[in-house]
Design a protein around this ligand. Structure first.
Ligand code: UDP
Ligand code: MG
Length: 317
């Protein structure tokens, strides 16, 4: 492993407050990399950790100068951290994995094998998930199925960000300047030859999950809104259906006046119910439209996705 010549494989892993897991992860990864018969770059993206992760990484660097650390200036979030790492990686193949050993390094040789066989993307599919709450497993499963139905790009189910991408795919990702990055969807959208490998997702080795429900909902929304315009069409369809119903109602009122059916004062309740119902439909879908407008807003701002504070490759200590 050398700092000067471009490595064949880059292993990119984001860390945010992983002081408890970092040692375990790096030990396992360095051990595995030593068995690979290829030049490897380990690139840790420190996503603004405040718990001593930076110090741990620093002490690793004194022992393993080939460990590269990209420190972001604050916490930019998982997807931005991955993007930073993938864009900075120099390898012909770039592997992205979590730093809590939920993505097993032992799967890397199999991924490299598929890559040697000609795959452009090798994505890891979770067969089983241990140590995660029933709620997390159920909500993730439901989300992947929903996204699968809604998305116009087929996005593989039960697949996280653990994957290998070759240079072409990385360059293609670079050409997509969108701010709201749902990496799994973007990689699927890019195309090329994509091959799955299967693994059992283990428990997080140490520390707490950095993905509470609120962040999962945010990521899920980015996935659906960023890769599907079907909710918008649903709004239009509902709108037309509601209009059709309204015309039928109008017809009934007109006919009942002409033919003098029943007592016209009666039925006020149904009018109120109808008004409420249609207001609700409007409100719901105004919300849906709002989601899309909010995305346009985010795109229009064109802020940098992340700001690199320091890249140990450029200014080695
Ligand atoms: N992570 C990050 N920035 C964040 C949140 C998470 O870099 O804002 C990293 C985290 O250190 C881990 C990976 O992203 O390596 C996945 O996070 P986590 O394991 O907490 O998610 P989970 O596996 O529980 O979905
Ligand atoms: Mg995890």
């Amino acid at each position: 492993m050398s700092r000067d010549t471009a490595p064949t494989v880059s292993i990119v892993s984001p860390m945010w407050n992983e002081a408890e897991a970092a040692d375990h992860f790096l030990t396992a990864l360095v051990e595995l990399v030593a068995t690979l018969n290829t030049s490897c770059e380990i690139l840790i993206v420190d996503d603004g950790s405040t718990d001593g992760t930076a110090e741990i990484l620093h002490s690793w660097q004194t022992r393993f100068p080939q460990l590269r650390v990209l420190s972001l200036s604050r916490n930019f979030g998982h997807q931005a951290a991955i993007t930073a790492g993938v864009f900075a990686a120099r390898g012909d193949a770039v592997i992205v994995m979590d730093s809590d050993l939920q993505d097993p390094p032992s799967l890397i040789p199999q991924m490299l094998e598929e890559w040697h066989q000609g795959a452009d993307v090798v994505y890891a599919v979770r067969k089983a998930r241990s140590g995660e709450t029933l709620f997390k497993r159920a909500s993730a499963s439901l989300f992947y199925r929903l996204l699968g139905r809604l998305s116009s790009t087929p996005i593989p189910a039960d697949t996280g960000d653990f994957r290998l991408m070759n240079r072409d795919v990385v360059e293609a990702l670079r050409s997509m300047p969108e701010r709201d990055r749902y990496m799994r969807g973007m990689v699927s959208w890019v195309g090329f030859r994509q091959v799955p490998v299967y693994f059992d997702r283990a428990e997080r080795i140490r520390g707490e999950t950095k993905y509470p429900l609120s962040k999962m909902i945010k990521l899920g929304t980015a996935g659906i809104v960023g890769f599907s315009d079907k909710p918008l069409y649903l709004a239009v369809t509902f709108g037309f259906a509601a209009m059709g119903l309204a015309f039928l109602g109008l017809l009934y009122v007109a006919l009942s006046i002409i033919f003098g059916w029943g007592d016209l004062v009666r039925g006020w309740a149904s009018v109120v119910v109808a008004v409420m119902f249609f207001s609700a439909v409007q409100l719901i879908f105004l919300g849906v439209i709002g989601l899309y407008i909010s995305r346009v807003f985010v795109e229009a701002k064109q802020r940098p996705l992340y700001i690199v504070k320091q890249d140990s490759l450029v200014t080695p200590e």
